[in-house]
Design a protein around this ligand. Sequence first.
Ligand SMILES: [Mg+2]
Length: 234
Amino acid sequence: MPQILPQVLQRARALGDRGAVLFDLDSTLLDNRPRQARILREFAAQRAIEPLLSCIPEHFDGWSLKVPMRVCGLPDPEVDTLEPQAKSFWRERFFTSEYCVDDVAMAGATEYVEQVMQTGARLIYCTGRHPAMRQGTIECFVREGFPIPDESRVTLLMKPQFEMHDDEWKLIARDEIARIGELVAAFDNEPTHINTYREQFPQALCVHLLTDESARGVVVHESIPSVFDFEFDC
Ligand SMILES: [Mg+2]
């Protein structure tokens, strides 16, 4: 039984440019932790919170800001007081081009996407990011070595409005995906999204990224394999 990553390439090769392979961005192709750490360091600089100035990406584990605050040595009462303020500082910056440009490729992601391109398949990035983040996203792609959207071979599908819920957006995106080509495979870290792709595109190989998720208690469908990143199958 072939492992899932080579299996996707094999199937993409068979379809050539009639086929499309889809990737989510955040926590699928891209690691957001450098962006998170920079925001927390800037918060620390503005408030003169000395221990937080040394915050690094590795201090993050999931989406809580309390975790890196504790790792940096802030005592619990201070963490509890500062966290809501830090979160509001974070919210003003996280969803912007200026900050998302800091993201880095997940292990093996650049190489794997290149292998997908070599199969002749079309490439789709489908993300919950909104158009104001497009510039930073493209700059990040250039730096990390991902193919740049050209609206023919490579398409970047972004959520039309920031306020739209990601789940609603991914349903709307379904029609655009179907127009581009026959979906060979989809990769996403959110259980809800990967389960939805499986329902919408029963012929596609759906792959779950076991990175982080929005912790809504949704179980990945039993038929969907998970991978830790693009270097090793689980
Ligand atoms: Mg994601």
